[in-house]
Design a protein around this ligand. Structure first.
Ligand code: NAD
Length: 348
């Protein structure tokens, strides 16, 4: 899967290891990054990791949840690999994830949803790609108390924001031989905001006559995905629906432990899995590194390291096909055992 038209890659010297900013994350994040690093060693992937800070550790040290130096470094290097970070629920600091996406204007959140060998689900031959708008909608973080007992959150949709995510989805479809783009909305109720998103998608669709265009109301789309998933190819959604449908689609793949993702802007990209920091499992050596590994493999494609990407995906597929699995997909392997099995495949 390539997204060549989406982001101007920062030019790095061919003779040096590729520089990538690394955020180790919160909760289970650091142990998942350890697993990916171990697999990269086994695969002889040469990355010059530049560690940058963000997340709970920064807050505990009295710093902003995403320090300015982190933003600047990611801008300079142009590529970051990020483990999940925790956002306090209903109180406390803003989301570090939303902050990174907004400050770096990473407007396209792209999430491939594909069946994996050895992972049994009712959804055979799943092959979708979700394009979630990543900077607007209810995630604009504009909310306040109007009066005691009355809260107001603003749903921000713009023509420009809708147009660039729609174009990204269609360009991706064109570059990758995809046949159909479906816009997902709730324009029957939110006639102005979602109506604008839908209208802009319809306008963009006219520039791509070879790609079929459909639209669906989000509730119907959820049902259609469960009953007729093969009718869908590329989905384009505003931020909130994209977030929710991504987790639904991750469940269809077999669980959050499997679903990769990437955030693209005009000048940089951050690679992060769909799942969160799963703090309940931190330190238990239980969680599945597949989602973060497949996320890293999207990054290798972005960096032009196609052979390494192929090697790693092949070793992962072979491990899963042998029935070596973590708890979340019906196995009993620990994170370490699963990681070591992938490393053995790479060395064999
Ligand atoms: P979560 O995705 O962290 O976990 C939900 C459940 O999914 C877990 O309890 C676990 O059963 C399963 N799961 C998640 N990752 C897994 C893995 N790698 N292997 C196996 N099972 C896995 O969602 P949550 O519990 O709602 O959120 C926890 C924290 O993560 C919150 O603070 C939330 O804001 C944050 N979050 C961060 C990101 C991000 O960094 N991009 C994304 C979503 C949520």
């Amino acid at each position: 899967m390539e997204l060549n038209s989406l982001v101007n890659r920062t030019k790095q010297s061919k003779n040096m290891a590729q520089k990538v900013c690394l955020i180790r994350g919160d909760g289970t994040g650091p142990e998942l990054v350890d697993a990916v690093e171990k697999i990269y060693q086994a695969a002889n992937v040469s990355i010059d990791w530049v560690e940058v800070e963000a997340g709970l550790k920064c807050v505990e040290a009295g710093k902003p949840i995403v320090p300015d130096e982190t933003i600047e470094k990611i801008r300079e290097i142009g590529v970051a690999f990020k483990a999940p970070m925790t956002t306090p629920i209903g109180k406390g600091s803003v989301s570090p994830n939303v902050t990174l996406r907004k400050r770096l204007d990473l407007y396209a959140c792209v999430r491939p949803v594909k069946s994996l060998p050895g992972v049994v689900t009712p959804f055979k031959d799943l092959d979708l790609v979700i394009f979630r708008e990543n900077t607007e909608d209810l995630y604009a973080q504009i909310e306040y108390i109007v009066a005691p007992g009355v809260a107001h959150t603003i749903k921000l949709i713009t023509e420009e924001g809708s147009r660039r995510i729609a174009k990204a989805a269609f360009e991706f479809a064109k570059e990758n031989g995809r046949k159909r783009v479906t816009a997902v909305h709730k324009a029957n109720i939110m006639k102005i905001a979602d109506g604008m998103f839908l209208r802009v998608c319809q306008e963009v669709a006219k520039d791509y006559p070879d790609i079929e265009f459909y639209d669906n109301i989000v509730d119907n789309q959820c049902m259609q995905l469960i009953t007729k998933w093969k009718d869908y190819d590329v989905l384009v959604l505003p931020n909130l629906y994209g977030d929710i449908v991504s987790d639904l689609a991750a469940g269809m793949m077999g669980g959050l432990g499997l679903a990769p993702g990437a955030n693209y802007g005009t000048n940089c990209a951050i690679f992060e899995a769909v799942h969160g920091s799963a703090p309940r499992y931190a330190g238990l050596n239980k969680v599945n590194p597949t989602a973060l590994l497949l996320t890293s493999s999207l990054m290798l494609g972005h960096l032009g390291m196609h052979d390494k990407k192929k090697d790693i995906e092949g070793a992962l597929d072979a491990t899963l096909a042998k029935g070596i699995k973590t708890y979340d997909i019906g196995g009993s392997a620990t994170t370490t055992e699963f990681t070591d099995a992938i490393c053995s495949e790479l060395k064999s």
